[in-house]
Design a binder for this molecule. Structure first.
Ligand code: ADP
Ligand code: MG
Length: 289
């Protein structure tokens, strides 16, 4: 590949809304056969909204919302922001939190009024009524988190996130280029399958409930199977996987950590541009050969 032709490809990339770390990046896109897509913020908008509140007998909806809102107020996760904003709208001022801790891939914990409160996925077993509400929401693609006090479940909150309008078309375009799309997420299996179905990813190619530190292992495993892997992500928890993939693509709307770990940045956060990037590099390299 001559440097001049690669520079031309780089310039064309900028016009398409693709920032390329260096011209040599285009070379590695050529052999890519698998595209791993993060769910939240990549396939979906990541702008979540609080939907339903389910509480156990004896617990008040307002109290459960205040506890959850207070903890989530201190976290930057899209789920957290939805809950903090929703709780504030519905209940007003939120109580103070002590000993706050963010537990990646699980949720948040801290003390409110002297009790330990958790929000997220910490409990293995739930009372029947909450378990049913949670499964029903997840089957429809909503994310459900459990609010517990001193280890006792008080309620379930559901948040929903819209699938980007361009995601289904992007998946079609990636397939047309001969690539296999894989969905990777820390979210629940049922939620992930509902999103995969909506955008056209095979159910066998959905990897759900993957902890942030394990996302990189999914990429390594695919590579050890002989695949050449592109990864598209937006979050801090995607950074290691983006850096390990043969080609890392960050959403320009995502976190700095994701952008810094990537070879390419899709400026507008439109997944269709991932297909443009691969098409562009193939064309650039074909011109050179
Ligand atoms: P993704 O891979 O889709 O970006 P994460 O790895 O960030 O998702 O989170 C995985 C799961 O952990 C979420 O679906 C949720 O159940 C739980 N979780 C993470 N952060 C929080 C939080 N701040 N509050 C409640 N639950 C959380
Ligand atoms: Mg994400």
């Amino acid at each position: 590949a001559t440097p001049t032709a690669l520079m031309v490809g780089t310039g064309r990339g900028a016009q398409l809304g693709i920032l390329i770390r260096g011209p040599e990046v285009l070379e590695s896109t050529r052999r890519v056969d698998t595209v791993v897509l993060d769910k939240t913020g990549t396939v979906t908008t990541g702008r979540m909204k609080l939907q339903q509140v389910y509480v156990v007998d004896g617990a008040a909806e307002k109290d459960v919302l205040r506890l959850a809102g207070a903890l989530e107020h201190a976290s930057e996760h899209p789920i957290a922001q939805a809950i903090a904003v929703g709780a504030q709208e519905r209940t007003g001022d939120l109580p103070a939190v002590e000993h706050f801790a963010n537990v990646p891939g699980r949720g948040v914990r801290g003390h409110v009024d002297g009790h330990e409160v958790t929000v997220g996925r910490f409990l293995e077993v739930l009372p029947d009524e909450l378990a049913r509400a949670k499964s029903a929401a997840e089957a429809e693609g909503r994310t459900a988190v459990v609010v517990a006090r001193d280890g006792v479940a008080l309620g379930v909150l559901t948040v929903a996130d819209a699938i980007k309008e361009t995601s289904a078309e992007a998946v079609r375009e990636l397939r047309a280029l001969g690539l296999t799309p894989v969905l990777l997420t820390g979210d629940n299996r049922a939620v992930a399958q509902a999103v995969a179905r909506a955008v056209g990813i095979d159910s066998a190619d959905v990897m759900a409930e993957v902890l942030p530190e394990d996302k990189v292992d999914v990429v390594k495993r695919l590579q050890s199977e002989g695949r050449t892997v592109a990864m598209v992500g937006d979050g801090v928890n995607d950074a290691a996987a983006l850096a390990t993939a043969d080609l890392g693509l960050a959403m320009g709307t995502g976190t700095d950590a994701a952008i810094e770990a990537s070879d390419l940045t899709l400026v507008r956060g439109d997944l269709r541009v991932a297909a443009d990037a691969i098409r562009l590099s193939r064309r650039t390299l074909a011109t050179i050969k």
